[in-house]
Design a protein around this ligand. Sequence first.
Ligand code: MIC
Ligand code: SF4
Length: 748
Amino acid sequence: MAVDQIKRLYESMPAKLDRARKRFGRPLTLAEKILVSHADNFDTQEWSRGKAQLRLRVDRVALQDATGQMALLQFMQAGKKQVAVPSTVHCDHLIRAQSGASEDMQRAVTENNEVYSFLHSASRKYGIGFWKPGAGIIHQVVLENYAFPGGLMIGADSHTPNAGGLGMVAIGVGGADCGEAMAGLAWEVLDPKLIGVRLTGKLSGWTSAKDVITYLLGVLTVKGGTNKIVEYFGPGAESISATGKGTICNMGAELGATTSLFQFDGRMVTYLAATDRADIAKLAEQHREHLVADPEVLADPKKYYDEIVEIDLSELEPHIVGPHSPDRARPISKLAAEVKKEGWPAQIKAALIGSCTNSSYEDMKRAAHVAMQALKAGLKAKTPFLVTPGSERIYQTIKRDGIMETFEKIGGTVLANACGPCIGQWKRSDVGKEESNTIVSSFNRNFPGRNDGSAATLSFLTSPEIVTALVFGGTLEFDPVHGTIPGPDGKAFRFTPPESEELPAAGFARGAEGFEAPAADGDTVQVIVSPTSERIQLLQPFPGWDGKDFTELPVLVKTKGKTTTDHISPAGTWLLVRGHLDKISDNMFLGANNAFTGEVGKGTNPVTGEKSQNFSKMARELKARGTAWAVVGDENYGEGSSREHAAMSPRYLGCQMVIVRSFARIHETNLKKQGILPLTFSKPSDYDLVEQGDRLSVSGLSQLTPGKTVTVVITKAGGKTVSIQCLHTLTDEQIGWFKAGSALNALT
Ligand code: MIC
Ligand code: SF4
């Protein structure tokens, strides 16, 4: 964003903040300052944490190549000539990691040609900045180029909060939200509650930023942040670099949080200056008081945040989380005992560092410091080691500074600057599909099947430096912080804590940055989509609601336990058809645990009785008969990715209603946007009432009213009925989306 736009924002803040202080009758937190300064209309806006729906004006929109396809296809349906806010597209998710950066890149460009041509031509036409494949991972590139203190951004990716490391409110959303903001509409979000995290002490030794968030995940769990903003403050914050703050905010997505952010400080100034934005740093310094919480708030936080967590960084031990959920946390010193108790395979089959969460210069340098110690001691790697740099800038810099050479000397493979193994774009041949095995990484997600498509892989997450040390232990039973491993001379070898400067002393090296500006005259550009494309399918609007109540909808699937968007719409090879709704719908619920039969991805057809049928096949059969259906789900349903395919595929194949114990924020909105009715059981135990073969009815849909419960009648196989109460969070406007068939239909 141009400096003068930021200047205008900062200059407009004092008056807006004063009005807010008067209206609320109290001082403001930083998150509140940013939300208030981006209100579409402060005067008519209702403010009530956890209750009001905020209408905001965003400063930026960021898209990546997997979710961005649907976002652009939806934006195109709005019929606008240009995007209304600065926007960028980043080609990062579609690059498959197989044999190292240069071959992987070449293969990706050929394989994904159709998709890249679509994204590229659409970007050129509509005024969107285009970051080519190889330029880097969306969140790292955004942090290096666009994030700024006090800004508001949305992105079609759940880890958009990474930019909170520079004091920005950056929120992950579905593609439809992005499409609408790009079309010039105000963007809506539930007024979040606020968790204040007060940091004291200092990071030092082995403890790194990653441990702040892995520890917090253990405290708050994967649903502890739902519809909340996590705001960090306190004297300990200055001991964390801006990129370290980015790591913490990035992985705050795993708390289900709306976003996370830090108060503006000197570490942000340093980072902005190092990434060629000294002008923005100066401007922010001039407006510092508006980019931090009010002093009264910081002096007595309990009074102003809904919840407070205190973390003493000096006492914090390095943590490791997993397997299968990022909130399964413990200090690294407690891992070995748990591995034994649980019978998990202790041998580590692969160690991976990088990803959007942990690929700063500091991360790479600390990992290299550990690797150097091992090299000096003559230790041999016991585990394959894969490195994904976050951006071309990081890649060129670690190459210049010899860090890459160190990684290569320990047998490491440097992959393309892309998501790769983090999103299942990893062609692995060392273990069989069903073979139970263990991997460690510095990524942010570890759901079953996430990295290599195999649910038998147990994935643990920790800091890059701990991952690197584990390469030499080769086992989860090694604690690099307190333990030793045998050196080549037979003597016990102990690592010393990693050291690194925060930023490259010689500045960042530059390479092929990979940015392409939009065309000067978009009218001359045509968006390239072949009518016979196997990868991109132009969207047809979903039909509007027929005005009828739901009568005896069969339950296609009742999911048990964790149902992330990776369970509903898996990634990996399915990324190839993210722009083709019909084709991708074949993956629907492939990873879901069936509560009725215990199967994964399959169930009994509620109409024909056919057993062990794949859910998408079942749904297609029901659709062909004109039978709409419903889904029943468990806690935190739709956790994880922002991919709206997890809502669009069900909608496309005939789903009308999803009833769950609780929803993850982004997914609930995605369901609303696509015209599905999302309900929660008002008594969570009513989940247990739904059995195989039951049918669900809802009457009075034309009187759907915000805040009013809905009665759902369960008809049992024998004809007996049970009535239960369900809640919904639809606003009047969102009820309009349901009636129109989708948010987009309501708009056009
Ligand atoms: C993820 O980390 O799960 C992803 C892949 O980046 C997703 C986006 C996607 O599914 O394309 C996300 O986090 O939103
Ligand atoms: Fe890419 Fe992984 Fe980051 Fe998602 S979490 S943006 S897949 S690197």
